[in-house]
Ligand binder design. Structure first.
Ligand code: PEP
Length: 253
């Protein structure tokens, strides 16, 4: 199987209802002719259904939730379950984003529970991981990434791999305007694929899409996506501009 090329936009806690409507409509219209790429938008929870309505006729367009509960259902005020998300037509859930790890102290145990909930409810998952600046400075970035992968992925059987996409997001590059160089991205993606081969198998590792995230934009996407082990991008800031986001979608060589 050939690895999927994916460009996913994480809107985070941005946009009003009207802004979300206009942005999704503009992205859909501008990206109609871009083929061979899976396009995903992660809007805020309240706008998921509206964005789904806008993009649902496009075969290669999907929507995802930026988070989902680790619990199945019940007395968990404020939580949104994977079953609820699936019932409104959601395709993906984002799990392990560094902002969730940092501001909401999400642990690997919680991330495993969230991924389990998502997969049980037929959602695909983009699982994010990546090192802090201090890890890179003291040359422990491979060790950190390996730990994040092992702590979570070793709990999943091989038959669940088709529901998983990985996103390497060095924390020092998220929202900072500082991007990993193509060489740094490729080096880490190749390393991640090697680790995946030892957790699962070489064949499985070759079939998993690994996205890069961290200040990826319309100017640098092409050189990042040209790297052999970079299968697309998870885009924050630049996904809030329809033109830029669609340029990123068309940046595969
Ligand atoms: C992100 O939040 O996943 C992200 C990559 O953000 P940005 O593109 O703004 O760095």
């Amino acid at each position: 199987m050939k690895r999927k090329k994916i460009v996913a936009g994480n809107w985070k806690m941005n946009t009003s209802w009207l802004e979300a409507f206009d942005l999704a409509t503009a992205i859909k219209n501008k990206s109609e002719k871009i083929k061979g790429v899976e396009k995903i938008i992660f809007p805020p929870f309240p706008f998921l259904q509206m964005v789904k309505e806008i993009v649902k006729e496009e075969g290669d367009f999907y929507i995802g939730a930026q988070n989902c509960s680790e619990f199945q259902k019940g007395a968990y005020t404020g939580e949104v379950s994977a079953a609820m998300l699936r019932s409104l037509g959601c395709d993906y859930a984002l799990v392990g984003h560094s902002e969730r790890r940092q501001f909401f102290n999400e642990s690997s145990t919680q991330l495993i529970a969230k991924i389990n909930q998502a997969i049980e409810n037929n959602l695909s998952v983009i699982f994010c991981f990546g090192e802090q600046l201090s890890d890179r400075k003291n040359n422990s970035h491979f060790e950190t990434v390996n730990k994040q992968l092992l702590e979570v992925l070793s709990y999943f059987p091989k038959d669940q791999l088709p529901k998983l996409v990985l996103a390497y997001e060095p924390v020092w590059a998220i929202g900072t305007g500082e991007t990993a160089s193509p060489a740094q991205a490729q080096e880490m993606h190749a390393y991640v694929r090697e680790q995946l081969a030892s957790i699962f198998s070489k064949e499985d590792a070759n079939e998993l899409s690994i996205l890069y995230g961290g200040s990826c934009n319309a100017q640098n996407a092409a050189e990042l996506f040209a790297c052999a082990d970079v299968d697309g991008g998870l885009i924050g800031g630049a996904s809030l501009k329809a033109e830029d986001f669609c340029t990123i979608m068309s940046s595969f060589s």
